[in-house]
Design a protein around this ligand. Structure first.
Ligand SMILES: *Cc1c(COP(=O)(O)O)cnc(C)c1O
Length: 460
């Protein structure tokens, strides 16, 4: 029976890939029609196979195409065949990653990814880590470890209401959300100013920490960002590490977006000082073309993971040593195998191949910035050494332009804002794109504007 379903999968995959080739972006269905039009409602009676297949076909052909040369909307995109291969096998095997008994060699697959990632961060091979469902969750784990490390050291019975954490104004929204989850409180998050390139200002951080100490607060955590969500900026890790060491604060690097620069010889310098941080996270589902989700966190001191996440459970941990039972270092109980897809890709390409993938994204961003600089109808708002290219075209309001491009099924690209300026954000994270694809983006944008904005709009 499953053989037949897998044949169906092949047919559906084939039709999707063919459709993507012909039409990289689909016109969205309106939300008031989608339930009826795609027959999404569930019923008492089941469907025969041929009807189900038709329905699935319709559903997938109307879903956003995130791996094509028309998708620049999010911080992920691209789809490496080898990673998909690993992912499909994970689904088929359905191992759970809490014990060696249930995960078998898949635990080794994950251990190897974590070991190699630790080495690349600069922690050596004696540190540890885990994989969690997304960068928000790996950030959460970092915060919990920092909280527990701090409380252990100061011997508090619970979370006092004056523990303070620091993050930049341009950092990810998971930081204040996680502060609430962790019992620290959103009001105890200090948002530190950034410079014009979107990087946290170390001097402003230092001043704020000292003020807080004077006022009787308890600073304990700095969240640094490697690749801010809008500008793709890298906080100055060396400066932040110096402050963290001086003030005895936990330093976490949120590298969900661009922490994968550790794979590239050429770009690793962007996170220089990372080895001095206490924890480091990256999303392989962003820069490394692995399907959602594959978020890795490594900690310099492996004990911290156990301190925050280990729990004894006789019904679960019945064989093997802790080292091979990663349920003891995990946020979850049952945990899907997010390791195999990344491992399959890494095996196939080697570290060198991953390095080229990352370097290519920076190359594509350079192509885009170059094009923008050479065409006077454009304004550029972002900087070198970032794979987020922020710009406006002919003073057209970016919100309007991005929305119309989406509604017409032309291009998927979003807008962002920094220091009060709103702009289009082109993300060159899809390494299967070529220079021609990036140039094509601009051509498509220009001809779309020529068709839809009849008169040249007044400058804003
Ligand atoms: C994407 C992103 C996150 C969140 O990661 P998810 O996997 O979407 O939860 C966190 N921080 C930064 C800087 C990001 O870009």
């Amino acid at each position: 029976m499953i053989e037949k379903d897998l044949d169906t999968f092949h047919q559906l995959a084939h039709s999707l890939l063919k459709a993507e080739e012909e039409q990289p972006v689909v016109k969205p269905l309106s939300t008031d029609k989608v339930m009826e039009q795609l027959q999404l409602h569930l019923h008492d009676e089941g469907l025969p196979d041929h009807e189900l297949q038709e329905l699935l076909q319709n559903l997938i052909l109307h879903s956003p195409r995130t791996a094509t040369r028309g998708f620049f909307n999010q911080l992920f995109g691209g789809r490496h065949g080898k990673a998909i291969l690993g992912e499909l096998l994970s689904a088929l095997l359905n191992n759970s990653m809490y014990t060696y008994k249930a995960g078998g060699p898949m635990i080794g697959v994950e251990k190897e990814i974590l070991r190699q990632t630790s080495i690349l961060v600069g922690y050596g091979d004696q540190s540890n880590g885990t994989i969690a469902p997304g960068g928000s969750m790996t950030n959460f784990m970092a915060l919990l470890m920092a909280r527990d490390a701090y409380l252990q050291a100061t011997d508090h019975p619970g979370v006092p209401d004056n523990m303070i954490l620091y993050t930049s104004k341009e950092s990810h929204y998971s930081v204040p959300k996680n502060a609430a989850f962790a019992g620290i409180g959103r009001q105890n998050v200090r948002f530190i100013a950034t410079d014009d390139r979107g990087r946290m200002q170390a001097a402003a951080l230092e001043t704020q920490v000292q003020e807080d100490q004077k006022a009787g607060f308890q600073p304990f955590f700095i969240n640094a960002t490697a690749g801010t969500t809008v500008m793709g900026a890298f906080d100055p890790l060396k400066d932040l590490a110096a402050i963290a060491e001086r003030e005895n604060l936990w330093l976490h690097v949120d590298g969900a977006y661009c922490g994968s620069v550790i794979f590239s010889e050429q770009h690793r310098h962007l996170v220089e000082g990372a080895h001095r941080a206490h924890s480091y996270s990256l999303n392989a589902h962003k820069m490394l073309s692995v399907p959602l989700s594959c978020s890795i966190i490594v900690t310099r001191d492996p004990k911290q993971l156990y301190q925050s996440f280990a729990n004894d459970a006789d019904y679960l941990y019945q064989t093997d040593e802790d080292d091979w039972n990663p349920g003891k270092t995990s946020l979850q109980c049952g945990r899907r195998n997010d390791a195999l897809k990344f491992w399959t890709l890494w095996k196939a390409l080697g570290t060198k191949g991953l390095s080229e993938m990352v370097a290519h994204q920076f190359f594509l961003a350079e192509v885009a910035r170059d094009y923008i600089r050479k065409h006077s109808d454009y304004n550029l708002y972002s900087y070198d050494e970032s794979i987020s290219v922020c710009f406006n075209y002919k003073d057209i309001p970016p919100q309007e332009l991005c929305t119309k491009l989406y509604e017409e099924g032309e291009l998927m690209v979003g807008y962002g804002q920094s220091h009060g300026q709103v702009f289009i954000r082109l993300v060159t994270v899809n390494a299967s794109n070529s220079k021609a694809d990036i140039l094509n983006f601009f051509q498509q944008l220009e001809s779309f504007v020529a068709r839809h904005w009849k008169t040249s709009p007044a400058p804003s």
